[in-house]
Design a protein around this ligand. Structure first.
Ligand code: IVH
Length: 711
């Protein structure tokens, strides 16, 4: 022990002990609780002071010193470590439907010989984190070894790298409960999505700057696995890893008795008390229906979680029951993983097409061998732009990872060059010969739709067709954009109809829509009288609109719904916007030079002004105001989230009121959310708000914030 009699009174030694205790406490506040109590600069200063003291007295360095978090010298390899208690895997329920949870509960009840009328079994449901399993060995409360799972019997000693993870305590906090002399904590090391994006951005910059041996990562899981198995702990320290504890291995007895855990949930609470991060999404569930609800709830939230999950895990809560249920081969009978549809799959690139969008942007699109991913069959995936295709070097014939998360359009993540054991998806039936690897991709010099020259502006990643509305593809997209629900809301004007109207030359410009008559529609293929008159009704209804909708509908580059609303609020009148110079446009909230320039350029084109005039002449109208100079903005700078059904306002109405008062409406709840407005049947967003302590109000509360009468 370092504290021999002659050191205890050494002021340097006492200072060092104090620094270690403070740094340990503040690392927990910062990394685990996300609630720092001191400025980062103070932490850094103390950290440096500790490093200086330790460099003067290397004999005072102990395994729990926060200074070890920066990573030691590089290693030659990792030592093999035999697990004292094997690290098991979990049986996976492949049925991603609710029946997966019912089947597990049925098996558990049967094994426990519970009668049909016995009460519901208590479970703990947890996210199934998509990282890698790690065993943390604490002796006398100090982290002495961290090992990977390996084959479950033997893993690798990755202590140096794991020590660099700020969320993992180097010394357990015994204040809440005595720490057993030997305690192995098990959990998942993973990388948060935002950390992953930042890391890849940093890697891209390094590669661009000519750094050798650097690469970007395919997904957070691979990035985390790579970091944990880094031979240079300093590199590992620079990779942002996180950790969640979900179990334990060897646990010694304290004074003859083990920790008095009788349930899994209680054990997790105890781990939390010792300073280990336990996920806020862990939930106690009574019976199968509660598991189904949990699976559903987390599934809805999956894309908004800060980290990747590939399913959830259910565990029988009572530890005596876990013991009774035991194991089959390497899998416990008391736990099961209930998956979600995979968001990434392998498939083959059959071709690379180029599509032309509303603003003339050319997008390379990979045509894929059909693959079931993210719950749908995908045959196309975006490749974004030429630089992306070249960076990923995607070519015809390649095996690629496609990803489809939530409602996001499917994208090609990376080419897989040779990953043993991975087989690309082959179309059903028969042998499948992937095409030969094609040439390096290049954007065409001419628009594939109208033949106009393709141009790429300096400093821009996108190629564009220079044909403007001469290009049928751009015309079609412009009409679809104009007609969409959040713009002019012309019901029934969809892809197929727009194709027909443009291809048969019935419509050349937006105002032509309002000149349609029954006779011109009747000439189209498969157009029944009923649908023609419905469309004319819808067009007629759309004539009465609002200024923000109309502005958004025009499809000005960089003018989305939010900017359209800001513009309308600021200027109040269409003519004022059309005549505004860049200076005036820059006065609008959230409008920067690029957006201001785009709006100004748009209205400088006589053709575009003409379109606005003709639309007005066709009877398109809205109410004009006097601009925002006088309008009160009680919600300025506030972020609100809407959930459930409000008694009197629709979602869109509530949003319009909030935005008119200067507030923002966000789709997901975080600590930054100021209010969650909950109506009836509010779901996971309400749960999350309550978990995070965000203020929850109802419609009446919202009306109060807006200074509107309650009725
Ligand atoms: S418990 C005896 N809980 O899934 C049960 N595992 O096949 C041991 N995993 O590689 C594991 N999240 O890394 C458990 N909440 C969770 C988990 C989880 C992810 C991983 C674990 C292991 C695999 C088990």
């Amino acid at each position: 022990m370092p504290d021999a009699p002659d050191t205890t009174h050494d002021p340097d030694y006492q200072r060092l002990q104090w620094l270690k205790a403070e740094l340990t406490h503040h690392a927990h506040r910062y990394y685990v609780l996300d609630a720092p109590e001191i400025p980062d600069a103070q932490y850094d200063a103390w950290f440096q002071e500790l490093q200086v003291l330790e460099s003067r007295h290397p004999e005072w360095v102990t395994p729990d010193s926060p200074s070890l978090r920066v990573g030691g010298p590089p290693l030659d390899g990792f030592a093999a470590v035999r697990h004292r208690v094997p690290m098991l895997s979990i049986r996976t329920e492949t049925d991603t439907e609710a029946s997966g949870a019912w089947a597990f509960d049925t098996r558990v009840r049967k094994e426990l010989e519970l009668s049909a009328d016995a009460p519901a079994v208590g479970y703990v449901a947890e996210p199934k984190f998509d990282g890698l399993a790690i065993n943390l060995r604490y002796e006398q409360g100090i982290l002495v070894q961290a090992t990977t799972r390996g084959d479950g019997e033997t893993g690798e000693d990755v202590t140096q790298n794991i020590r660099t993870i700020g969320q993992i305590p180097l010394r357990l906090d015994p204040r809440h409960a005595a720490v057993p002399p030997i305690l192995e904590v098990r959990g998942e090391v993973y990388m948060r999505r935002d950390d992953f994006e930042r890391l890849n951005e940093r890697q891209r910059q390094r590669i661009a700057a000519g750094a050798k041996g650097e690469k970007t990562f395919v997904n957070p899981r691979n990035a985390a696995a790579g970091a944990v198995r880094q031979l240079d702990p300093k590199v590992a320290a620079s990779r942002p890893l996180s950790f969640y504890a979900y179990g334990w291995g060897e646990v010694s007895e304290i004074d003859g008795a083990g920790p008095a855990w009788s349930s899994h949930f209680e054990a997790l609470e105890c781990l939390k008390g010792w300073g280990l991060p336990v996920s806020e999404w862990v939930s106690r569930c009574e019976g199968a229906q509660a598991l189904v609800d949990y699976h559903h709830r987390l599934g809805q939230m999956r894309d908004q979680l800060p980290f990747d999950i590939d399913g959830v895990v259910y565990k029988v809560d009572r530890l005596d029951w876990q013991k009774r249920l035991g194991f089959v081969t390497r899998e416990p009978r008391w736990a099961v993983a209930h998956k979600y549809p995979a968001q990434e799959q392998l498939t083959t690139v059959l071709d690379i097409d180029v599509q032309v969008g509303r603003t003339g942007k050319l997008t390379p699109v990979a045509k894929l061998a059909p693959v079931f991913v993210g719950g749908v069959t995908v045959t196309n995936a975006t490749l974004h732009n030429e630089d992306e295709v070249l960076r990923k070097d995607v070519r015809i014939g390649d095996t690629v990872i496609v990803r489809r998360a939530g409602d996001v359009i499917p994208e090609v993540v990376a080419v897989v060059h040779s990953e043993p054991g991975l087989k690309p998806n082959a179309p059903q039936g028969g042998l499948f010969d992937p095409p030969q690897r094609g040439a390096v991709f290049r954007m065409p010099a001419h628009c594939p739709v109208c033949g106009s020259a393709v141009v790429r502006a300096v400093d821009e990643a996108d190629h564009r067709c220079s044909g403007g509305l001469f290009c049928a593809a751009q015309r079609k997209q412009a009409i679809l954009h104009f007609a969409q629900r959040r713009a002019m809301d012309i019901e029934g004007l969809g892809d197929k109809l727009v194709d027909q109207l443009v291809d048969s030359q019935v419509i050349h410009s937006l105002p032509d829509l309002y000149r349609l008559g029954l006779s011109s529609l009747a000439g189209l293929d498969r157009m029944a009288d009923k649908s023609a008159s419905n469309l004319l009704d819808a067009l007629n209804r759309s004539r009465q609109t609002t200024l923000p909708r109309f502005l958004f509908a025009l499809g000005i580059r960089h003018v989305g719904e939010a900017t359209a609303k800001d513009l309308a609020r600021h200027f109040g009148q269409m003519d004022a916007i059309m005549d505004a110079d860049v200076e005036a446009l820059l006065q609008v909230r959230d409008v920067g030079p690029v957006v201001a320039d785009s709006i100004h350029t748009f209205f400088q084109q006589p053709h575009n002004r003409e379109v606005v005039e003709q639309l007005r002449a066709c009877g398109v109208h809205w109410e004009e105001g006097s601009g925002s100079a006088t309008a009160p903005q009680p919600l300025l700078g506030k972020t609100l989230v809407l959930t459930g059904t409000l008694p009197r306002w629709s979602r869109d109405q509530a949003r319009e009121h909030i935005e008119a008062a200067g507030g923002k409406v966000s789709g997901s709840v975080s600590k930054k959310t100021d209010y969650v407005v909950a109506g009836s049947e509010a779901g996971s967003k309400l749960d999350k708000a309550l978990a995070l302590g965000v203020t929850v109000i109802d419609e009446t509360g919202l009306r109060e914030l807006l200074s509107l009468p309650a009725d």
